[in-house]
Design a binder for this molecule. Structure first.
Ligand SMILES: [Mn+2]
Length: 437
């Protein structure tokens, strides 16, 4: 059965096309800086938002109209697999991502849940024989079920901790079975609500132990995926242990995990942390830990995680600059952890939303590559920091000086010429780049 009748494969038609079911800027075959757009962007479809979410929010019921709505249980789960692979083919997606509970209903016990997962994984594996769409990453949902109320790896109950460990074990096995490129740890409830009842040290140590056990088990079964931590500062817990890239980096180093993890950076999580998307990408890139991206955007007027499809070209351009300077995303990709708005409830909106997001990142890629070719930011930064090429500047950057020598250098200086940072001039040039692609 076809779930998206009437929609044919979405193709690139160029910027002047008025076909809503065509890419205007994403041309998968086109080479940018030596690689195809498909190879660089590595788009992934988020199973949860696209095939499971129903548009419900804390104030109202689901609104989404989906052609699989009439089904229940495993029949529904199987219909979603059929729909997903039809969607992947029509939107031309090279990757997809899922949590265990997205693909199969939970049973009364983990044994029953795993049986359901196995049945769906076998079905997916069968589809993947003939599909170009690969698994970018999978993960275990350890935040929805009430058992995770006080956390999973940071829970206050040992049985819950064991349950979490067992879910990760199964997730690693599933990832191996489907050839996943990465395995993600998003600590949905790995944090705390109040310090008044929390053993912070025990919780963090337990989480680190769970990560070490996961590394060991992946090695044991020969699953060589890249492990990713996804920072988020708040929501659902008040204080999340993986607040942002810098906080999570400190955690990884503290517990000797730094060689085993990179980051999956989500745009909306960055803004919730009071950072820009490009800040988080830069911090991860500079420490060699930029692994993958959850491509979405927040609403600047709202203080929560809205997971909107990315359409802000300024943000996608600066993000693609970081990704290109990183030499690409390696085994990672751009996963659309994004949902259509509650008011965009028709099935067709799933296509419009993904086309909008893919074109927005394609524009970002085109502009960022042009800026890199022109050494746009590099020239600005070289000029701004040029005094570090002077004799004393080189001594500072190479660590060959001390406070006494620096005092001797500074003590009789009467005038230091400080130059303008010229941010407005830079932004005006970026606007020119955006309009001239
Ligand atoms: Mn989010």
């Amino acid at each position: 059965m076809a779930y998206f009748d009437g929609i044919t494969k979405v193709k690139y038609e160029g910027r002047h096309s008025d076909n809503p079911y065509a890419f205007k800027f994403y041309n998968p075959e086109e080479k940018i800086g030596g690689k195809t757009m498909e190879e660089i962007l590595r788009f992934g479809i988020a199973y949860w938002h696209t095939f499971v979410a129903d548009g419900s929010d804390p104030f109202g019921a689901g609104t989404a109209i989906r052609p699989w709505d009439h089904l229940k249980g495993m029949d529904l789960a199987k219909a979603r697999v059929d729909a997903a692979f039809e969607f992947f083919e029509k939107i031309d997606a090279p990757f997809f991502c899922f949590h265990d509970v997205d693909i199969a209903p939970e049973g009364a016990t983990l044994r029953e849940s795993n049986k359901n997962v196995d049945e769906i994984v076998a079905m997916m594996k069968d589809y993947m024989k003939d599909s170009k769409t690969k698994l970018l990453w999978n993960t275990a949902n350890m935040f929805t079920n009430p058992r995770w109320t006080h956390g999973a790896g940071t829970t206050s109950h040992a049985d819950v901790y064991a349950y979490a460990a067992a879910k990760i074990k199964k997730g690693l096995e599933v990832g191996k079975e489907l050839g996943a490129e990465n395995y993600v740890f998003w600590g949905g409830r790995e944090g705390y609500e109040s310090l008044l009842n929390t053993n912070l040290k025990l919780e963090q140590e337990n989480l680190a132990k769970l990560f070490h056990m996961s590394i060991d088990y992946a090695k044991e079964i020969g699953f060589d995926a890249q492990f990713l931590i996804e920072p988020k500062p708040k929501e659902p817990t008040t204080h999340q242990y993986d607040y942002d890239v810098a906080t999570a980096t400190a955690f990884l180093y503290q517990y000797d995990l730094q060689d085993h993890f990179k980051f999956n950076i989500e745009a909306n999580h960055a803004t919730l942390a009071g950072h820009t998307f490009e800040h988080e990408l830069r911090v991860a890139r500079e420490s060699g830990m930029l692994g993958s991206v959850d491509a979405n955007q927040g609403d600047p007027l709202l203080g929560w995680d809205t997971d909107e499809f990315p359409t802000d070209l300024y943000a996608t351009t600066l993000a693609m600059y970081e990704i290109l300077k990183n030499g690409g995303l390696g085994r990672g990709g751009l996963n659309f952890d994004a949902k259509v708005r509650r008011g965009s409830f028709e099935t067709e909106d799933l296509f419009h939303a993904h086309i909008a997001g893919m074109d927005a990142f394609a524009i970002g890629l085109r502009v960022a590559q042009k800026m890199i070719d022109d050494r746009f930011f590099e020239n600005i930064v070289d000029e701004r920091y040029k005094t570090f090429n002077s004799e004393i500047g080189k001594k500072i950057t190479s660590g060959q000086t001390n406070l006494k020598e620096l005092e001797a250098h500074a003590i009789d200086i009467e005038n230091i010429e400080i130059r303008s940072g010229q941010v407005e001039k830079i932004k005006a040039r970026i606007n020119q780049y955006l309009l001239n692609i």
